[in-house]
Design a protein around this ligand. Structure first.
Ligand code: AMP
Length: 396
């Protein structure tokens, strides 16, 4: 069903959004990208004469109510963005919430409490999904960030709307961008991966090797590759269990003619602290009492060169501890190089919570081709998996 041609007049649209936003210790939203990106869909429905019931999760509560994970905390930010009052229901399936949504008037917006206060959400429980479905007349999935999960609100619920289910604008754009990469014959294709752990990105790295021409590996995960090649990495981040796999990846890349680019130097210091004195060193010769927290100038230069020559660019994960101002240069330089390549007609796709946070921090989000709201979902889609949240809308 096509979202734009659907008649929302007097309909209650149950919209699964991804409001899993980062909060500070006072419960204030620190990055509202995901909220902002859901606005076009919500506003469209309201303008078309409908009302909206918003479904989302927030963080990883322990299958029970927990105020630190309450979606109530995002209301000021949401009301500000929509310039509208929101009704909040402090339970997503209780009698009271069902009464409120049953009597919803066109133009009104309701936000239901965190779905993950019920274990049934993640279990994809049918009865739970059925109760949730009673909140609306039509189901709109606009949560790309959870489209790779077969949860009650992202996938199972669609079964209760066989003729009234559709994607919102955000998911439509996400699908279009990933498909651009999947179907493109442009090359060279460069993937840049970074962030803390190899373990969380291993499947995609193995998959990427089958597809890309260049693979740039930075951030904390690079040290596992350096150590695997007998480098001295001091007390830098490392995953000892992945040393063999790192070598396997390097061998596999060689066989497939994929050029792997690892950092050659790193900004090293004794403490994990923005004010710790830092020295640029060869990444293979870090003293025992130091750790690498960003890539060095030589690595930046190498990475920039590769990126600027690329026609298709995928980026997931920062090059260093970009949250600290003294260790963000590597990540910022990579972001700038991606922007330059995009200005020269490359297609650039940025995904993954931290790369998105970084690109927003540097105010470059509108200078790349697409910023994805879903790190895991984007990676799984690129891996060629059929995402449950997408399949359930497409299937009749
Ligand atoms: P991920 O969620 O796996 O993408 O990891 C992102 C996190 O990796 C960010 O919070 C960065 O601060 C962190 N990170 C990046 N480079 C390093 C490094 N060299 N040492 C420690 N942490 C890092």
């Amino acid at each position: 069903m096509d979202f734009k041609s659907y008649n929302f007049q007097n309909k209650r649209a149950l919209v699964r959004v991804d409001f899993n936003v980062p909060l500070d210790e006072n419960g204030r939203v620190t990055d509202d990208t995901r909220i902002k990106m859901a606005l076009p869909t919500i506003n469209w429905i309201i303008k078309a004469g409908g009302s909206v019931v918003l479904l989302s999760h927030l963080g990883r509560p322990n299958d029970e109510p927990d105020s630190s994970y309450s979606l109530r905390q995002i209301i000021p930010c949401l009301e500000n963005s929509l310039n509208k009052n929101i009704t909040f229901c402090n339970d997503c399936i209780d009698e009271n919430s069902l009464i409120i949504t049953k009597n919803l008037k066109p133009g009104c917006i309701v936000l239901l409490e965190n779905l993950r206060f019920y274990k049934e959400e993640k279990l994809g429980d049918e009865d739970f999904a059925k109760t949730l479905s009673k909140h609306g007349d039509v189901y709109v999935n606009d949560a790309f960030g959870t489209a790779h999960r077969e949860h009650a609100s992202t996938s199972i619920i669609a079964n209760f709307f066989p003729n009234d289910k559709m994607f919102g604008f955000l998911i439509q754009n996400e699908i279009k961008s990933v498909e651009t990469v999947l179907n493109s014959s442009k090359y060279p294709l460069t993937a840049i991966v970074g962030g803390a752990k190899v373990s969380s990105k291993i499947t995609i790295i193995l998959k990427l090797i089958e597809k890309v021409d260049h693979l740039i590996i930075g951030g904390g995960m690079a040290y596992t590759f350096i150590k695997a090649q007998k480098g001295s990495i001091g007390k830098s981040l490392v995953e000892e269990d992945y040393l063999d796999l790192a070598i396997e990846i390097l061998d596999k890349a060689k066989k497939r003619n994929v050029q792997i680019h690892l950092p050659s130097d790193a900004l090293c210091c004794k403490e994990f602290d923005n004010n710790s004195v830092s020295t640029t060193r060869s990444i293979y010769e870090i003293p025992n009492d130091e750790m690498g927290l960003d890539i060095g100038e030589d690595s930046i230069k190498n990475f920039e060169e590769v990126i600027k020559k690329s026609s298709l660019i995928l980026w997931n994960g920062p090059m260093g501890v970009f949250e600290m101002s003294n260790f963000q240069k590597g990540t910022q330089s990579v972001a700038n190089a991606i922007v330059s390549a995009t200005e020269n007609n490359a297609f650039s796709l940025i995904g993954g919570g931290d790369s998105v946070a970084a690109i927003n921090l540097f105010k470059l989000a509108d200078k790349v081709s697409h910023v994805s709201t879903g790190g895991g979902a984007m990676l799984e889609y690129l891996e060629g998996k059929e995402l449950p949240g997408i399949k359930s809308i497409r299937s009749l």
